[in-house]
Design a protein around this ligand. Structure first.
Ligand code: TYD
Length: 212
């Protein structure tokens, strides 16, 4: 009889731009690896052809409607799940934990605030090839705090980065979490603290899911 590999865990990070996802993903990845876990880091939009179309649109190089964006993000997400080389499903099946920078919560928040939110939700949530994460960690920051960090750290701005819009997106994240509260495990973490403090809270939240 062959040994059955325990599936990896699927952890998603979300937050409005500037909330510190990259730093927190790095800290958690290193921490899980130190605890002996194998970890695959990934992000959306992906490196797929569709991901390239999305990045062009996000940078303002090409113009897309909100529905086009929602549909393209969904295609990219299906590919992200099922891609046989390093897709989410394959990694989890091999016992590798997957940490993903943004997922369908971003579609519900960003595209959901620009077009029919119910359509965006259903297209993602009802898709049999888009897996639900074990946990979504939302790094919460007010839009003013977020803009302050963005202006400090970056020279170029994406189309979604201005305070009024971030406020709308943050509200839309909260609405999405509310709509998913019976099905998805969501941890809202106050990100306006030192990276170490934020990390400790995240680690304490995810560790029990991993049995560490
Ligand atoms: P990127 O710079 O790649 O990542 P981040 O801002 O997290 O460092 O930008 C991703 C952008 O894509 C971000 O502005 C949010 C947006 N986005 C959506 O609008 N919908 C989605 O479904 C996803 C995954 C991202």
């Amino acid at each position: 009889m062959g040994q059955t590999t325990e599936r990896g865990r699927f952890i998603v990070f979300e937050g409005i731009d500037g909330a510190g996802k990259t730093t927190q993903i790095e800290l958690l990845t290193a921490r899980l690896q130190r605890a002996g876990r194998r970890v695959h880091r990934t992000a959306e939009p992906t490196e797929s052809v569709t991901g390239g179309l999305l990045r062009d649109a996000l940078a303002g190089v090409s113009k897309r409607t909100a529905c086009e964006m929602a549909a393209l993000f969904t295609i990219d997400r299906v590919f992200h799940n099922v891609n046989p080389v390093n897709g989410i499903e394959k990694m989890l099946a091999e016992g590798i934990d997957v940490i993903c920078d943004r997922y369908y919560y971003s579609s519900l928040a960003y595209q959901g605030s620009e077009t029919d939110a119910g359509w965006v939700r259903d297209m993602n949530i009802n898709c049999p090839e888009i897996r639900r994460p074990d946990i979504c960690v939302f790094l919460d920051l007010t839009p003013a705090q977020s803009m302050e960090r963005i202006n400090r750290n970056r020279v170029t701005h994406e189309i979604y980065e201005n305070e009024e819009r971030l406020e709308r997106v943050r509200r839309q994240f909260m609405t999405a979490f509310d709509a998913l509260r019976d099905t998805d495990r969501i941890a809202i973490v106050n990100a306006a603290r030192t990276p170490e403090e934020v990390h400790e809270e995240i680690f304490r939240t995810v560790a029990p899911l991993l049995g560490i």
